[in-house]
Ligand binder design. Structure first.
Ligand SMILES: Nc1ncnc2c1ncn2[C@@H]1O[C@H](COP(=O)(O)OP(=O)(O)O)[C@@H](O)[C@H]1O
Ligand SMILES: [Mg+2]
Length: 337
């Protein structure tokens, strides 16, 4: 009995220490000690600690960008970001699950920017943390970065984890996006300015003009009107004919009228109005097995496609995507036999 008590005291002391540290980090705007770091190395060096936080029931997976991702950042603060997101992922998966950490180099253009409120053009390093937990209900999503906002029991949550992450990311001139699907899980993506040499920009950034275009008819299904417009403009410029729908139901209407012309359907996975992108794709493929379908989602392909096959660059577009990625995926998908 007495031992239990000591354990409890130790736990609450630990919690108090955690809370204090978070508060300090959060309020003091600690001075940054930035260095040129490879984000892949930062992630690698903290994996053991993250696995310990997650426990045995959560499987950890990694997908690193093949090239180094140089950023000018405070390593301790990047660790803090990863730690806070991992703790939240663990809390979201009480019965176990999967945690995926991905790093990638991304170039932002006007199409990409239309998909993310804080994005700006340029070269960025992205680190994302995905879980297979219960997801974040849409009604609380706008509030999760607020200081002291928590849905956890008293003594469990501080509501400072994401506020701290948000603050750190801002201090680094970056931004954070969150995608969540009920029952599937959640992906947080953090973007930090990437240090580039003029040469590597050229190497991994194929220009839109270099990608073969076409004149096929494409049905575009996307509920967000600004993004739909950006995609439509990009595809039209390349020569494609674009038909639009903002929901699955609307897409079925357009399909009825134009099914003879439509070669490819590009659909968002998550849409309001009852019919998901996946369900829409399945229905249309029953009508026309030769139809090509590309699914777009902000959620990680590995996890979103767990019950059907998604291949990035062929039938899957990871949001946010750039114009050249869009053009290349559309072409790859149309040309696939
Ligand atoms: N990966 C996640 N899955 C589901 N919900 C999450 C996730 N991350 C954060 N949340 C939600 O956001 C809220 C705020 O998170 P945070 O600022 O870290 O505070 P805390 O974890 O102390 O509650 C959480 O209480 C939870 O409701
Ligand atoms: Mg938290």
């Amino acid at each position: 009995k007495q031992l239990d008590f000591a354990g409890e005291i130790e736990k609450s002391t630990q919690r108090a220490a955690d809370l204090t540290r978070q508060l300090l980090l959060f309020s003091r705007k600690q001075a940054l000690q930035p260095h040129d770091l490879d984000l892949n190395e930062v992630v690698t060096s903290i994996t053991k600690m993250l696995q310990r936080v997650l426990g045995e029931d959560v499987e950890m997976q990694f997908k690193f960008s093949p090239q180094p991702l140089l950023v000018h950042a405070d390593a301790g603060m990047v660790d803090q970001i990863l730690m806070n997101l991992t703790v939240n992922a663990r809390d979201a998966m009480p019965k176990g699950g999967r945690l995926l950490i991905e790093t990638s180099a991304v170039e932002f253009d006007e199409v990409t920017a239309a998909q993310t409120s804080q994005a700006r053009p340029g070269s960025f390093a992205c680190v994302s943390v995905s879980d297979t937990g219960g997801g974040i209900p849409p009604e609380i999503l706008p509030r999760i970065f607020e200081p002291f906002f928590t849905t956890k029991d008293v003594g469990k949550g501080t509501g400072l984890g994401l506020a701290t992450v948000f603050g750190i990311v801002q201090q680094h001139q970056g931004w954070i996006n969150v995608y969540s699907e009920a029952g599937q899980g959640t992906t947080f993506r953090i973007y930090l300015p990437r240090l580039t040499k003029a040469s590597d920009k050229k190497a991994n950034w194929s220009s839109l003009a270099a990608i073969r275009s076409g004149n096929e008819t494409i049905l575009l299904v996307e509920d967000e009107s600004s993004l739909r417009a950006a995609i439509r403009i990009t595809l039209s410029r390349l020569g494609y004919r674009v038909l639009e729908a903002s929901t699955g139901a609307e897409a079925l209407e357009v399909w009825k009228e134009h099914r003879a012309e439509i070669r490819l359907v590009l659909t968002d996975m998550v849409m309001p109005g009852g019919l998901t992108g996946k369900e829409l794709g399945e229905q249309l493929l029953q009508h026309d097995p030769k139809l090509k379908v590309i699914y777009a989602s902000g959620y990680s392909a590995d996890i979103a496609g767990k019950d059907f096959h998604l291949e990035e660059g062929v039938n899957f577009l990871a949001k946010p995507f750039a114009a050249n990625k869009l053009a290349q995926t559309v072409r790859n998908c149309l040309d696939k036999i």
